[in-house]
Design a protein around this ligand. Structure first.
Ligand SMILES: Cc1ncc(COP(=O)(O)O)c(C=O)c1O
Length: 462
């Protein structure tokens, strides 16, 4: 088929249902015409007419090392020449074996076993099911979970059961299993659209943060109240360490993650770190849990694991969890879970190349000055009259757009979406969550590119 741009758009509108998209708007070009991406190189996407766009959301938070990376391309081609896919049920293969070794090498040492799946939601489902089954083997029926308001862990029914973002999850409530929701560490005092807390927040500890925010840290106290009452029925607590990303880029106060983990230990509840978004360098460290040095029972990885080239996920756990599933065949302690594309060999080969690039390319070392530069740029942006709160962690940032320092926009105006649409004209692609502009920058971004994004935001605010 050799369709023109017009024909392609027409066909898309006729035949396709896009994710997280009001299709009524899409087919009517609201807030802008569909953009057809044709190819990509480095930090840039190119449309069908050859126009270049800076990929400021890392193609939905997955692409961390740039598009068309020659080392990754080579690894994919090499694996493609051998075998692109074979089942992982009853068979194994070299790329998955190598990858498990590499993952365990870069993760905290208490992690011992890698279970593969194929996207972030399934990585979470696996952890939830393993935690639930673990307690059954211990003779305890623990059928609920602890999560946080504003949490986002994916779109499958298990993942939305622990999802705390009403807009996405509330209507499915009758289908979901029981979860308790502690307040997000973003209470009325912490969440502000009036720059009540200066950017950057200079607090080093949770107490210091609370002093600045003028709150008493009720979020953690309420998490403890839930655990005090219900811990015996809670299989696991789940958290997106450091950043509740899809919930609004809610960067957690310093010390919060480690307090949450301490509570899980105190009340003997397993902890799941969902690092689907934060893993592989986004926070400035390889994994967000390194900031708080916590030791969760599970870590869920996806997105950046393959540099955004292939769908792959891994749920990594401890020997304690793994050993509980061992037994005679007839005891049926097997973990009955798997997908057609579990440990997809092409994706595992890609992930091996990605981890090698992190090591040999000094990616994290080079990143630090870019993070500091982004902070500086955001600091000056914070003074703009149409900017409310700004939150940053590593190369991730949430920028709240306001009518003026005291007044948010009416969400129905879709101001955030309109600004992103206007920024496309400047050759920049970012996305919004309501009136929060989201930056999820590739680790390969340059300082000039960061400046270009900020300039375009300023230009398009009015
Ligand atoms: C923290 C977190 N968990 C899970 C998911 C779900 O991942 P996927 O979209 O690959 O299913 C996401 C996706 O954005 C996420 O941010």
């Amino acid at each position: 088929m050799n369709l023109t741009e017009k024909e392609l758009i027409k066909s898309d509108k006729e035949n396709i249902w896009h994710p997280f998209t009001q299709m009524g708007d899409w087919v009517n070009d609201v807030p802008c015409e569909p953009l057809i991406i044709d190819r990509a190189k480095g930090n840039y996407l190119f449309d069908i007419n050859g126009k270049k766009y800076l990929d400021g959301v890392s193609s939905l938070w997955v692409n961390n090392l740039g598009h068309g990376n020659p080392k990754i391309d080579k690894a994919v081609k090499k694996q493609l020449a051998k075998v692109s896919h074979t089942t992982f049920l009853g068979l194994t293969h070299k790329p998955a074996i190598e990858l498990s070794q590499k993952l365990l090498e870069i993760l905290p040492k208490h992690f011992k076993k890698v279970f593969y799946s194929d996207n972030g939601s399934t990585a979470v489902e696996v952890a939830l099911k393993m935690a639930y089954q673990f307690w059954q083997f211990k003779g305890e029926e623990r059928s609920s979970f602890l999560s946080l308001k504003n949490a986002y862990h994916g779109d499958t029914v298990g993942a939305i059961s622990v999802g705390g973002t009403d807009l996405f999850h509330k209507r499915f409530k009758p289908l979901l299993f029981k979860a308790h929701f502690a307040p997000s560490p973003f209470c009325k005092k912490c969440s502000f659209r009036k720059n009540e807390i200066p950017f950057p927040n200079t607090a080093k500890t949770f107490d210091e943060h609370n002093k600045i925010a003028g709150c008493k840290g009720q979020c953690i106290a309420e998490a403890e109240n839930i655990l005090k009452r219900y811990a015996k029925g809670i299989a696991a607590a789940i958290i997106e360490p450091e950043n509740q990303a899809a919930g609004g880029m809610i960067i957690m106060p310093p010390g919060y993650v480690s307090l949450y983990a301490k509570l899980c230990k105190k009340y003997n509840v397993l902890l799941i770190a969902d690092e689907v978004a934060t893993g592989f360098g986004r926070t400035g460290k390889m994994f967000a849990i390194e900031h708080s040095k916590i030791k969760p029972a599970f870590i869920c990885l996806s997105k950046g694991i393959t540099g955004g080239y292939m769908p792959l996920a891994a749920t990594i756990t401890t020997n304690e969890i793994y050993n509980a599933f061992l037994g005679k065949y007839e005891e049926f302690k097997t973990f009955f879970h798997g997908h057609s594309y579990t440990a997809y060999p092409l994706a595992c080969a890609t992930a091996n190349a990605v981890i090698d690039i992190f090591k040999t390319g000094n990616i994290l070392q080079k990143l630090q000055s870019k993070i500091a530069f982004l902070q500086k740029e955001l600091q000056s942006l914070a003074r703009h009259k149409k900017i409310g709160d700004i939150r940053q962690c590593g190369v991730m940032a949430g920028i709240d757009i306001v009518k003026d320092k005291n007044t948010p926009y009416d969400y129905k105006l879709k101001t955030g979406a309109k600004i992103c649409a206007r920024m496309r004209k400047d050759g920049i692609i970012i996305r919004n969550l309501g009136d929060t502009l989201v930056l999820f920058l590739p680790l390969t971004i340059t300082k000039q590119e960061i400046s270009k994004i900020i300039k375009s935001i300023v230009k398009n605010l009015d």
